[in-house]
Design a protein around this ligand. Sequence first.
Ligand SMILES: [Zn+2]
Length: 69
Amino acid sequence: MMIVKLIIVVLLVWTGFWFLKKFRKPDACIDQNSSVNKMLACSVCKVHIPENEAIIQNNKVYCSKEHLE
Ligand SMILES: [Zn+2]
C-alpha cells in the first residue's frame, strides 16, 4: 500500500505549507489600514512588505538590505 502512504505524506506536507503561508501573511487584518500601509513587493523575492518597512532604491523595492545588493 505504498500509494496510500504517499498520499498521506503529500497531504501532510501540503497542510504544513498552508499553515506556513497563513502565519507568514496575516494581511487580512491589516487590510483596513491599506491606505496608510501600502504593500510593496520586493523585486528580488516578491515578498510583500509595508511601504514604511521597504527599502526603495532606483525605483526598485527591496525587503531587506541583503536583497539590496
Ligand atoms: Zn526580498
